[in-house]
Design a protein around this ligand. Structure first.
Ligand code: ZN
Length: 84
C-alpha cells in the first residue's frame, strides 16, 4: 500500500453521508473542482470533512450510477441535518 493515503485507509465500508456502497474514496487537503454533469461512471460524490495528519481534509466518496440508483436512502441532507 502507498504511504501517502492515510486518510483512505480507515475509511468506512459504506459512505457515512448516504450509507450507500461506493466505488472509491479519495482524500483532498486542498480545493478541488467536481463536475459530474453527464459523467458516464459516477452519479454522485459525497464529501466528508475529516481531520487528517496535516490538518483538515475532505474525503470524497464516489458512487457509480448503479450504486446511487439502488439506494433507499435520501440523497439530500447531512448527518447534521443541514441541507447543502
Ligand atoms: Zn454517499
Amino acid at each position: 500500500m502507498s504511504d501517502g493515503d492515510a486518510g483512505t485507509e480507515d475509511a468506512p465500508e459504506r459512505c457515512p453521508i448516504c450509507e450507500t456502497a461506493y466505488d472509491s474514496v479519495s482524500v483532498h487537503a486542498e480545493g478541488v473542482a467536481v463536475n459530474l454533469i453527464e459523467n458516464e461512471r459516477f452519479r454522485r460524490v459525497c464529501f466528508e470533512p475529516i481531520e487528517g495528519d496535516g490538518g483538515a481534509q475532505v474525503r470524497f466518496y464516489h458512487h457509480t450510477h448503479e450504486q446511487a440508483g439502488t439506494t433507499p436512502s435520501s440523497e439530500c441532507g447531512t448527518p447534521g441535518g443541514r441541507v447543502p
